[in-house]
Design a protein. Structure first.
Length: 179
């Protein structure tokens, strides 16, 4: 699974590099963008939810960088050995390299690879513990622009946590604003 996701993200970036002809409107598009949306995260600690934002800069029509910050808004209870454990996402942050493949003037595919950190909290029977773990993140998505400045974006990101921390799958939907 890890290999296929790396291959998909790599293919998106390679396809972006191979593109030479782009619609004129896409070349003149603003370089800075921001996203605000919701992310559902399915991992070893249950299904969590976050609201988050991204700030990005497209330094080339096919390449950019973005930073991401999210805060937990949906917790989950899991049963571990007969004890209910409440799992919470405190916050997450990551930085990505992004490849863009425009398919039309208003629609583009996205591939991204980055590194991040996630802080979680688990509580049970009056006790609680917090933990932070770093991860390599990679994913794919699509973005549709309504009018050149406003749009929507949907994407999938895989978090591979370091030091045996497991993994998580994240699905995001967000509003996009270009500046």
């Amino acid at each position: 699974m890890k290999i296929s996701m790396f291959a998909a993200a790599g293919a998106a970036v390679a396809a972006a590099a191979a593109l030479t002809a782009m619609p004129a409107a896409a070349q003149d598009a603003p370089a800075f963008y921001g996203n605000l949306g919701y992310t559902g995260i399915d991992g070893d600690g249950g299904t969590l939810g976050a609201v988050g934002g991204r700030l990005g800069y497209k330094f080339h029509p096919n390449f950019g960088v973005e930073g991401e910050l999210g805060f937990g808004v949906k917790d989950d209870d899991v049963n571990v050995g007969g004890v209910n454990v409440k799992n919470e996402l405190k916050h997450s942050a990551a930085v990505y390299g992004v490849g863009f493949v425009p398919l039309s003037e208003n629609f583009e595919l996205i591939g991204r690879v980055g590194y991040g950190t996630t802080k979680t909290k688990a509580s049970a029977a009056g006790f609680s513990a917090e933990d932070s773990n770093e991860s390599w993140n990679y994913g794919v998505g699509a973005q549709y622009s309504f009018d050149g400045l406003n749009g929507i974006r949907g994407d999938y990101t895989r978090y591979d946590f370091r030091d045996g921390g497991g993994d998580a799958n994240a699905w995001s939907v967000s509003y996009v604003r270009k500046f």
